[in-house]
Design a protein around this ligand. Sequence first.
Ligand SMILES: [Zn+2]
Length: 252
Amino acid sequence: MKLLSRGAAVGAALIILAAVWAAWPAAGVPILSYHKVGDTEEAYSVAPADFERQMAYLADKGYTAITMADLFGRLTAGKPLPARPVVITFDDGYADNYYTALPIMAKYGMRATVFVVTDFLGERPYLTWDEVKALRAAGTEIGSHSLAHRALPELPADERLRDVAASKEGLEWRLDAPVRFFAYPFGRYDAASEEALQAVGYRAAVSTRLGLNNPGDDLYALKRINIPRSRWGLLEFRLRLLRANVYEKLGL
Ligand SMILES: [Zn+2]
């Protein structure tokens, strides 16, 4: 009996230690990956009320939203970042990023990077060029999510190069600003995709691999934390952040 209770005490202590270890922040910057913020039931559409809870949680925990450019400066030149940095990204360029997500983010002092598919712009449910410009004027960083959302590894080499170059040039011409960051359609990439991005002047790219980002990591395969539609509320969001933390610590 005595032995059992000692065993139980040791077990409880181990569980507490493991929980502290898992929750203790790992080095590395998290990049959150969103798509839509809206009331449709799609798996990649986060309900506005949930999105607001997530932004409030980040603000409450002292996170500061930084841009891909800020993260790039940190990873390549060791530039300082706020104490708890986070990059908030949106893929595909949905109009709700402007109409729904932006006002919620503004309320909590957050900002985002929106990766747009240039050929999709101007046709609902995607952003128009004017809305992309308005997003940018409101402090949102704009990146490329390719020309037509095709998986880069499946394109012939010349077509792949044309795709990533045309998307970059189109954005730069319309926005009159450099576009340096890319998000892989379907998260699909290979060595040839990374080389194509580098060849046309992108400085870094985000993938869908889970984890946090540190100096020395492959700049063309940065890791993200996918945030799909919530099923169990804020706990699920917190567990997703925690899981990335654990992955990082275990070097997965
Ligand atoms: Zn996409």
